[in-house]
Design a protein around this ligand. Structure first.
Ligand code: BEZ
Length: 211
């Protein structure tokens, strides 16, 4: 059965380009992204891994560790990283799991045989400090992922983990947020001293509380 939001992220140990890694130990008490790539030395994957290398400072600022996985072996990954660094003008510093036996791919249900034969689709799992799965995404091989969106949703997850708010469509860090339905009107002034706007009784906005 596939993993669902709120499930514990299954732990594993695996060989990576940065040595052997145990997922839960690697994440420590921070956030994590585990994401899969169909195959080494393929064009879309090359741009994705390069993009992730470039946003490492943004991820570090958010206390997020990254772990990529593909079902090719370690020597292939090592050769491919050289190509990624060269063609994407960056340096990959995060680990890429070598998963030729598909242990991680199967554990996280990343192989969708009706879409791709024997390779992983483009899966993303965002894992919280409690090791629970906070977000899953599944993209086809033909569509490279939008890592700006992944940073955006991490901002939303980290905000809503600490405040009784939700984020509206197309929200970006710094925009007004929605007061959670569980907050009564009476509680608003003490919880959200920056003020609020009631559009409907069920649609109440407040400035982002941690800004
Ligand atoms: C790619 O990354 O370009 C790719 C990988 C597998 C199938 C199709 C495209």
């Amino acid at each position: 059965m596939s993993l669902r939001l709120g499930d514990e992220a299954p732990n594993f140990s695996a060989e990576t380009t940065e040595g052997k890694i145990n997922l839960h130990e690697y994440l420590g008490d921070g956030w994590g992204i585990l994401f899969s790539h169909p195959k080494d030395f393929t064009p879309v994957c090359t741009t994705e891994l390069g993009t992730v290398a470039k946003i490492m400072p943004d991820l570090k600022k958010r206390n997020v560790k990254v772990l990529a996985v593909s079902v090719d072996p370690l020597d292939s990954h090592i050769g491919w990283v050289k190509d990624i660094n060269e063609t994407q003008n960056t340096t990959v510093t995060y680990p890429i799991i070598a998963d030729p036996e598909k242990k991680v791919a199967n554990l996280y249900d990343m192989i969708h045989p009706n879409a791709l034969d024997n390779m992983t689709v483009r899966s993303v799992f965002i894992i919280g400090p409690d090791k629970k799965i906070k977000l899953t995404l599944t993209y086809p091989a033909s569509a490279g992922r939008n890592f700006d969106e992944i940073l955006r949703v991490i901002d939303s997850l980290q905000l809503t983990a600490n405040y009784s708010v939700a984020t509206p469509a197309n929200w970006k860090d710094g925009d007004d947020v929605i007061i959670a339905p569980a907050v009564t009107d009476d509680q608003i002034p003490s919880k959200f001293p920056k003020g609020h706007k009631m559009v409907k009784p069920y649609l109440r906005y407040t400035p982002q509380p941690n800004k």
